[in-house]
Design a protein around this ligand. Structure first.
Ligand SMILES: Nc1ncnc2c1ncn2[C@@H]1O[C@H](COP(=O)(O)OP(=O)(O)OP(=O)(O)O)[C@@H](O)[C@H]1O
Ligand SMILES: [Mg+2]
Length: 315
């Protein structure tokens, strides 16, 4: 929001250029309109404020100069052209935003494909290598009957291999859970929650009703969002419990992730510079790309709640 003095200056510039344009037309005041629009955009003026300023200025002009009233429709047409010129920097920005969102959607789709590929390599190829190691170990034990001590070590190695196999399986499933593609969001979130219960010792509950499947992009987005949120809880929150609720109402899917941890001050999160985290910004961008919203409720010592709402679209 602009300080009142700056708003007055902008208002005066606007009225003067508009008055010139309405009186004589010409390119110069239109150029000024564009510059005023650019200045307003950079100073944080909203489009609504600019439209208000426009209406206020038109009213002032009509009061100041009664002769305008005679040819009111011509004059009004000019004021409209003037306003359009002034709003065009906003239009350019909006188009740029739309293109950026489309690029982001494509990037997310590429990342998902890459995650699938890595999950596949981990699951199949690494698992095959492991199977070969199991086999070699078994053959070694068979070919060279060993002492008790060697047999104990071999059993220990097999135990480690079991753990590696289990971790690989879990990692590859979390990277791109087949359960998400096959059974949908709720079972996939349950699976994710289970991993955090086991690995991070968190009490995670998942509740919700979705009644059928959602478009793949939305299911993937919610899965990634909850994954990052749980990641944050386990790394930063010192929480005991996390509650994930998801439901579909009035054409939207709404999801909340609530923890009972230490909370944080999230004001200024979007304006941080330097080597800062990307998780919450990533959530925000993923959600915006699907025309959704993210709301963060948190303050130090009062836990954190993320609220995400995305239009449910058609599958
Ligand atoms: N549930 C939470 N409880 C407490 N603090 C949190 C929570 N979620 C986020 N934060 C705070 O917000 C900061 C920003 O989170 P964000 O996910 O954007 O980055 P990060 O987790 O630090 O790094 P990255 O996600 O890129 O690995 C965190 O560093 C942490 O201080
Ligand atoms: Mg994070």
């Amino acid at each position: 929001m602009l300080p009142a003095d700056d708003r007055d200056v902008l208002g005066a510039d606007y009225r003067k250029a508009l008055r010139d344009f309405v009186a004589d037309g010409g390119e110069r005041p239109l150029h000024q309109a564009y510059e005023i629009g650019r200045g307003a955009l950079h100073s944080g003026f909203s489009m609504l404020q600019l439209i208000n300023l426009h209406h206020h200025s038109v009213r002032t002009l009509l009061q100041e100069q009664p002769e305008f009233r005679g040819t009111i429709f011509d004059k009004l047409e000019r004021t409209e052209r003037f306003l359009v010129e002034c709003l065009s920097p906003f239009e350019v920005l909006q188009l740029g935003n739309r293109e950026a969102m489309e690029a982001l959607k494509r990037l997310n789709a590429i990342l998902e494909e890459e995650a699938k590929r890595i999950a596949h390599v981990l699951h199949d190829e690494a698992a095959q290598l492991l199977a070969a190691v199991y086999l070699e170990l078994a053959e070694l034990q068979h070919d060279a009957p060993a002492s008790e001590a060697v047999r104990t070590r071999a059993t220990r190695i097999t135990g480690h291999l079991d753990q590696v196999r289990e971790q690989l399986r879990r990692l590859s499933h979390e990277l791109r859970p087949p359960i998400l593609d096959k059974f949908g969001l709720l079972p996939a979130l349950e699976f994710l929650a289970d991993g955090y219960r086991k690995r991070a010792g968190l009490q995670v509950t998942v509740t919700g009703v979705l009644a059928g499947r959602l478009p793949a992009a939305i299911e993937t987005a919610f899965y990634r969002v909850v994954q990052e949120a749980l990641n944050n809880v386990s790394r930063h929150a010192h929480a005991h419990r996390v509650e994930i609720r998801i439901r579909r109402i009035s054409g939207r899917v709404r999801c909340s992730i609530t923890d009972d941890g230490v909370g944080f001050d999230h004001r200024g999160l979007w304006h941080r510079s330097g080597d800062k985290g990307l998780g919450l910004v990533g959530i925000q961008e993923r959600v915006s790309a699907l025309h959704g919203t993210l709301d963060i409720r948190s303050s130090p010592n009062s836990g954190t709640q993320l609220l995400i709402s995305i239009p449910s679209g058609k599958r």
